[in-house]
Ligand binder design. Structure first.
Ligand code: FAD
Length: 349
């Protein structure tokens, strides 16, 4: 069977596109490799909370409950996405992993774990969670402790009474340190000195600062983004700060040795585990056969449309696929534009 549109993914980005497509007469389908709704939020650590307040964390059509002062938890976010999907009865098939996408004349062929599908247009909305980034630091294979990425961190129990290095000065690093600190001996490793937002400024600030930068860019103006800090003082981070958890931090280390991490200046620290909170890269492996992935791991885009591949759109991966598109509040705007463009493209064809 051939669809007008197949959306690859079933997280917030895929749902936002589906929200706008359901207002058209197009025949569309979502293929998601997860067994259940909620996208990658299902795999966040147990105590994970959004750093954007509820009022600033909604997809189009349904307000995230909680208001301006509340930071929804992982489970509340998964629940919100589940309800969203149920409310609009989106046609989602799962678990179906898209293995590769090929262009055949004027349609796409999608080989998946559930067989082959065909579509006139494709939206890739696979996020980046399945493609965690760990810097290439020498000596990894020698290190006898555990080495993991924040994407597989769940809860502090297994690190109890251990010495744990947390790498990364972003919100994930700060939140995981707060989680571990009561029961583990923690070391914070940061590339740059960490910066904290004042207590009375919530995560909406990051969105506003990014908006100002985006608007200036649109008008071709130079703009120095105001930087009050990056780490949002959600309640567990505030509590950890008050206990002194963030007082000390060390610069990026240079190599691993058997029992820990080390710097060229001779400093060595024994650690049982290293948790990398060092971000993600776009999950685009399924698009490799199209030959359009650039050396930087991205695809050239005009808005969300793939610049060199008519009929393909990319939604939710970050600034290169639309302003703030990797956030709950931001993805709606790019999703709407994407659905409009797909409709026009298919009418034109
Ligand atoms: P995902 O949620 O990753 O969904 C992608 C879906 O595609 C998944 O279900 C995946 O299984 C599926 N998939 C992947 N590959 C394939 C394939 N080949 N075939 C089929 N299906 C596939 N944003 C905010 O707005 N506020 C916050 O406070 C906030 N906090 C964050 C905290 C952390 C720790 C992280 C990591 C992110 C945070 N974000 C936040 C950013 C963003 O909202 C999330 O990353 C979000 O999950 C991205 O949604 P998505 O739909 O693009 O991707």
């Amino acid at each position: 069977m051939e669809y007008d549109v197949i959306i690859i993914g079933g997280g917030q980005s895929a749902l936002a596109v589906a929200y706008y497509l359901r207002r058209t007469s197009l025949h569309y389908l979502l293929l998601d490799s997860e067994a259940r709704p909620g996208g990658s939020w299902q795999h966040g650590w147990h105590s994970l909370s959004l750093f954007s307040p509820a009022l600033w964390s909604s997809l189009p059509g349904v307000l995230m409950p909680g208001g301006q002062q509340y930071y929804p938890s992982r489970d509340e976010t998964v629940h919100y996405l589940q309800e969203y999907e149920t409310r609009y009865q989106f046609p989602v098939q799962r678990p179906v992993k898209v293995l590769q996408v090929e262009k055949q004349a004027d349609r796409y062929r999608l080989d998946t774990t559930a067989g082959t599908y065909y579509a006139r247009t494709v939206v890739s909305a696979t996020g980046s969670f399945v493609n965690p980034y760990i810097p290439d630091i020498p000596g990894k294979e020698r290190f006898r402790g555990s080495l993991l990425h924040s994407s597989s961190y769940q809860s502090p129990e297994i690190f109890s009474n251990q010495r744990v290095a947390v790498v990364g000065e972003g919100n994930s690093g700060a939140q995981i340190l707060a989680d571990l600190a009561p029961t583990a001996d923690t070391l914070w490793i940061t590339k740059q000195p960490p910066t904290f937002l004042p207590d009375d400024i919530d995560g909406k600030y990051l969105f506003d600062a990014a908006t100002m930068q985006y608007e200036a860019m649109q008008q071709g103006k130079d703009f120095q983004r105001p930087s009050l800090g990056q780490i949002v003082m959600v309640p567990p981070v505030k509590a950890a700060r008050d206990k002194g958890v963030y007082q000390h931090y060390l610069p990026a280390f240079d190599y691993f040795y058997e029992d820990g991490i080390a710097w060229q200046n001779g400093r060595k620290e024994t650690v049982d585990a290293v948790i990398f909170c060092t971000g993600f890269r776009p999950a685009l492996a399924h698009l490799l056969p199209l030959g359009i992935i650039q050396p930087n791991g991205k695809i050239n885009t005009r808005g969300t449309a793939a610049a060199d591949m008519p009929g393909l759109w990319l939604v939710g991966y970050g600034q290169w696929t639309g302003f703030a598109s990797a956030t709950l509040i931001g993805v709606g705007r790019t999703a709407r534009k994407t659905a409009e463009e797909i409709n026009a493209y298919l009418q034109g064809n």
